[in-house]
Ligand binder design. Structure first.
Ligand code: ATP
Length: 485
């Protein structure tokens, strides 16, 4: 039934936005029973859930009971009561779309109605298809607004961009550049330490790009022998070398406008660098053993954890290729430079592992504290492995310091010793006891602060429901967790 009410575009938009196809509620307010029932009948036949009334105070209480998606309100001649209703509705229920019905010739009333917040108007008498057109227009706008609101809310609640997790300032900056870069076809150079997520960024650029439905083809230049890389990238013809029983397209050709991801580009030999440069300049390749050239459309995204500029200085990397690849460069922050993302990433990996194991895991305060202080030389990959190991080692749902990899345990034990030494020094001031309630309050405050005020994430991190978190905040009298002493 909806398909008859909404155009295909709206329906597509809705299904993309994941909006359930629910009928919209329409309230018709007109003192003329004939107009009321005609409008109600037409709108019902179009798939709306319709209520109607001739009385304004009745209309108000109906709106209080269930705010309508669309209000079709008559503007009585010589009375401002209709306009007052419109203003009131727009104030109390801003999401309700208002259509005003005016008597023939009263252009001023229509203008006034629009000024009060009506989005459209109908001049009486109107034909059935006029009513259907304005309702359709209001419904489309209404559903688009709902979907946009929903998407905005999803983005607000999301933990990052696509599969990338992190809400730190560094990551937000990266997302902004990344979403712009994705829309172009220039080469991109991704720089960052090992495990910072370079391949994930490359995949995200591809996924948000114009050719997302085309292939994403990764090549690890660091682990494949040069002769193999050449035939992988450029392809070969039958008989080019022993075992080449048939011709094969290289990745730069078979990407067909998709993305070829050159990982560890710093490891590419000088000879191959020259060949890649020519391919990028001329947008064509010569397969191994061939005399002809083949056009390419692939986008190149390259990554390295080496200092390419320094390699250029030392003559280890071609300057011209460096400039060609470096049109846009994305420098990924190391994990120790965005520590505030650690709880979010840990929660994300815990979530995944809990789902895979069918058991729920949570980090103990001490384990999380240690993770926050540790320097993570292997960055996100090391964190992911640490969480995986802890889940395997743990005997219960709570992951303790002892479940973490040795280097983290050592780090944690050092911090513990430092704290104990500090406590010993304070011993003369008498033992400092903390009640369980105090500890719980501190854990809640620290989770919310670590996550920059994101209570939903904090609840997940603490392993409690959102409602429980709100109840506890109330119990402890914490109105503003970011500023509570
Ligand atoms: N921001 C992130 N959010 C979620 N997972 C991430 C993030 N960054 C990295 N990862 C995960 O960490 C692991 C390592 O990421 P990736 O392989 O992309 O790093 P890399 O920088 O390409 O590493 P290397 O230089 O060693 O090839 C992957 O499992 C990836 O999914």
């Amino acid at each position: 039934m909806l398909a008859t009410v909404f155009d295909t575009k709206t329906m597509e938009f809705l299904s993309q936005a994941g909006e359930p196809a629910v009928p919209l509620h329409l309230l018709v307010v007109d003192s003329d029973p004939a107009v009321r029932s005609a409008c109600a009948e037409i709108a019902s036949s179009l798939g709306y859930v319709v209520e109607s009334t001739g009385d304004l105070s009745n209309a108000r209480s109906m709106l209080r009971g269930h705010a309508a998606d669309i209000l079709l309100a008559n503007l009585p001649y010589n009375s401002t009561s209709g306009l007052e209703l419109i203003s009131e509705v727009k104030l109390l229920y801003p999401q309700t779309a208002v259509i005003a019905m005016t008597a023939s010739g009263s252009v001023n009333a229509a203008v006034e109605a629009m000024r009060c917040g009506a989005s459209d108007y109908l001049t009486k008498p109107f034909a059935m298809d006029e009513l259907s057109t304005v309702l359709d227009r209001a419904a489309s706008a209404q559903l688009t607004d709902n979907a946009t609101r929903q998407l905005r809310e999803q983005l607000r609640l999301s933990q990052g961009l696509g599969a990338m997790i992190g809400r730190s300032g560094e990551m937000e900056k990266l997302y902004r550049i990344l979403s712009k870069v994705a829309q172009s076809s220039h080469p991109v150079l991704i720089l960052g330490e090992s495990g910072t997520g370079k391949e994930l960024v490359a995949r995200t650029i591809h996924a948000y790009g114009l050719n997302a439905q085309k292939p994403f083809l990764p090549v690890d230049c660091g682990s494949i022998v040069p002769t193999l890389i050449e035939s992988e990238l450029f392809g070969y013809v039958k008989g080019a070398f022993t075992g080449a029983n048939r011709s094969k397209d290289g990745l730069l050709v078979s990407a067909e406008g998709g993305t070829v991801f050159l990982d560890e580009i710093g490891e590419l030999s000088l000879d191959l660098q020259a060949k890649l440069l020519r391919a990028l300049q001329e947008r064509e390749v010569r397969p191994v053993g061939a005399t002809h050239r083949v056009p390419i459309k692939a986008r190149i995204v390259a990554a390295t954890n080496r200092n390419l500029a320094e390699m250029v200085e030392k003559g280890q990397f071609r300057k011209d290729l460096f400039y060609r690849l470096n049109v846009v460069n994305l420098k990924l922050p190391s994990l120790r430079d965005r520590r505030e993302d650690i709880p979010l990433l840990a929660a994300h990996f815990l979530d995944r592992i809990s789902r895979e194991h069918g058991r729920k895991f949570t980090l103990s305060d001490e384990a999380l504290r240690t993770m926050m202080r540790y320097d993570w030389p292997g960055n996100v990959r090391e964190l992911e492995h640490a969480v995986e190991r802890a889940c395997t080692m743990s005997s219960g749902p709570i992951l303790h310091l002892g479940d973490l990899p040795t280097q983290l345990q050592n780090h944690g034990l050092e911090s513990r010793r430092a704290t104990t030494a500090g406590d010993d020094a304070n011993e003369s001031a008498g033992p400092q006891l903390m009640t369980l309630a105090d500890m719980e309050k501190q854990a809640i405050l620290s989770a919310i602060r670590t996550l920059n005020g994101d209570k939903l994430q904090a609840a997940r991190l603490l392993g409690i429901g959102k409602t429980t978190l709100y109840r506890k905040l109330k119990e402890y009298g914490i109105a503003d967790p970011l500023n509570d002493e």
